[in-house]
Design a protein around this ligand. Structure first.
Ligand code: PLP
Length: 424
């Protein structure tokens, strides 16, 4: 099926007389006739459900749709995008290991890797998304277990050269994990360019209505764990907590990663998405292909308008021909990137504040990728602890405004921008 059809109908096919819409299985637990039946589930000998901390049918329908959209072999939902990235990394990294990550990533993921995972004994080397091949290769160590980056980075809006990053990762025998939140599989399918694992904050465009926090992990099934057995003992040697199952042997390259992630990490850390939120996420997915088209069109029009405005110093949007990431966007995002645009005003921080106060349609929020247009000045909110020098280094200078362009009529949006810029 094509992407548009998968958005609408993927993941769930009702049988005769069954609900047309994905049912919300609002149950913590599942009933069995015999202890033997249940025992088989615990031994992973039969598939089925026993407790919603690990798996729930509603979640699995929606995860199956996301797997289809990405062209993957297996997927799971998590309670947030943060949980998705943590689980994806921690599934193959442990104390004493090392990660190579693009430096241009979401602030929450940066903290997760640089601070919290470091405290767990997992080290990281950050590389610029524009680093040359020599620099990329030099970042790897014998204990490196994963490479990480974002298709379109939040909030820097850099575009990852997925093919080049995948080549570097594979040359060192490790998988490339790509956070595909901003592009969504409608805009880019990282597996087609060599990525091995994809993660999402479904909170953003996939939900698309600011209704539910959530995440997803998808496996391409491409990475050969057994070929790198010494690096990934968690997948390639018996798991004593599951009666000596070796995930890569039992479930193959297509199923090992997600099965281990569910049966170990979900079991022990319990960060599952609620079935109710999975249902809401699925409603969002049903229109993802329609909404992304409009987000991209509106984003492009807003970026162009700001680019040509005399009070605007610069605009970051890979859809603009003079953007440094335009060439990569042409390759990886031929149907448009996303609705998020960032820009700086010539009047600096004070002008940014006046501009945002004056907007009538765009609300000030720490959110993006919503049907409703919203905006943020990171310097006075999410990055408030930094001084002007640190802000510049982090790629979010004091005057930067991030605007997430929604699905409103573009004439109304431009009129709102125009009157707000008039106040600056
Ligand atoms: C928001 C975001 C996250 C974190 O997701 P939550 O659902 O807020 O936990 C991770 N990656 C990217 C690219 C994001 O935009």
């Amino acid at each position: 099926m094509k992407t548009n059809t998968i958005c609408v109908q993927g993941g769930y096919t009702p049988g005769n007389g069954e609900p047309r819409q994905v049912p919300i299985i609002q149950s913590t637990t599942f009933k069995y006739d015999t202890s033997e039946d249940m025992g088989k589930l615990f031994d992973l000998e039969a598939s089925g459900y026993f407790y919603t901390r690990l798996q729930n049918p509603t979640n699995d329908y929606v995860a199956a749709k996301i797997a289809e959209l990405e062209g993957g072999t297996a997927a799971m939902l998590t309670s947030s995008g943060q949980a998705a990235n943590f689980f994806a990394l921690f599934n193959i990294c442990e104390c004493g290991d090392h990660i190579v990550s693009s430096s241009s990533i979401y602030g929450g993921t940066f903290n997760l890797i640089a601070v919290t995972m470091k405290r767990m004994g997992i080290d990281v080397t950050f590389v610029s998304p524009t680093a040359g091949d020599d620099e990329l290769n030099a970042a790897f160590r014998p204990n490196t277990k994963a490479m990480f980056g974002e298709t379109i980075a939040n909030p820097a809006l850099t575009v990852l050269d997925i093919e080049r990053f995948a080549r570097a990762a594979h040359a060192h025998g490790v998988p490339l994990i790509v956070d595909n939140t901003f592009a969504t599989p409608v805009g880019c399918r990282p597996f087609e360019w060599g990525a091995d694992i994809v993660t999402h904050s479904t909170t953003k465009y996939m939900d698309g209505h600011g209704a539910g926090v959530g995440g997803a992990i998808v496996d391409s099934g491409h990475f050969d764990w057994m070929a790198h057995a010494d690096k990934y003992p968690g997948l390639t040697t018996p798991d004593e907590s599951y009666h000596g199952i070796t995930y890569a042997e039992r479930f193959g390259n297509g199923g090992a990663f997600i099965t281990k992630c569910t049966s170990q990490l979900m079991r022990d850390l319990g960060s599952i998405q609620s079935p109710q939120n999975a249902f809401l996420l699925n409603l969002g997915l049903e229109s993802l292909h329609v909404r992304m088209k409009r987000h991209c069109e509106n984003g492009q029009a807003v970026a162009k308008y700001l680019h040509d405005h005399p009070k605007v110093a610069y605009v970051n949007y890979c859809g603009l021909p003079d953007d440094p990431y335009h060439e990569l966007a042409t390759k990886y995002l031929p149907n448009g990137s996303c609705g998020v645009v960032s820009f700086g005003l010539k009047g600096g921080r004070a002008a940014a504040s006046t501009f945002m106060k004056s907007l009538k349609l765009a609300a000030i929020e720490t959110h993006v990728a919503d049907a409703r247009t919203c905006c943020l000045n990171p310097a006075s909110s999410t990055h408030r602890q930094m001084n002007d020098e640190q802000l510049k280094e982090a790629g979010v200078p004091a005057e930067l405004v991030r605007i997430s362009v929604g699905l409103e009529d573009i004439e109304d949006l431009i009129a709102d921008l125009s009157q707000a810029l008039g106040q600056c």
